[in-house]
Design a protein around this ligand. Structure first.
Ligand SMILES: [Zn+2]
Length: 90
């Protein structure tokens, strides 16, 4: 019997993940900005934490605590589907 477990350690590194998702991170330091894909954004109002993948949009209010939460929200996936997509199951 195979038990599939979520392994947080396997989540992708936030900067690389968000860039592969098409976001251009601007700024320096832990928190960067990007044009928000969750609303019709022209000014980079999505704030992204490059250390843990947390994100928060100052305009539309979308937020989450890690790249898994972002992947779920962006692609409309369940926890298990998103974890599988990101290679975070073992
Ligand atoms: Zn937004």
């Amino acid at each position: 019997m195979t038990v599939v477990r979520f392994d947080r350690e396997r989540l992708p590194e936030p900067c690389g993940y968000f860039e592969r998702e098409g976001l251009r991170l601007v700024g320096h330091g832990r928190w960067r900005s990007a044009v928000c894909p969750f609303h019709d954004d022209t000014f980079p109002s999505l704030r992204i934490n490059t250390e843990n993948g947390a994100f928060r949009c100052m305009t539309c209010g979308v937020k989450g605590g890690d790249v898994l939460a972002y992947h779920r929200a962006r692609h409309g996936l369940s926890f298990a589907q998103a974890a599988h997509d990101l290679g975070a199951l073992r």
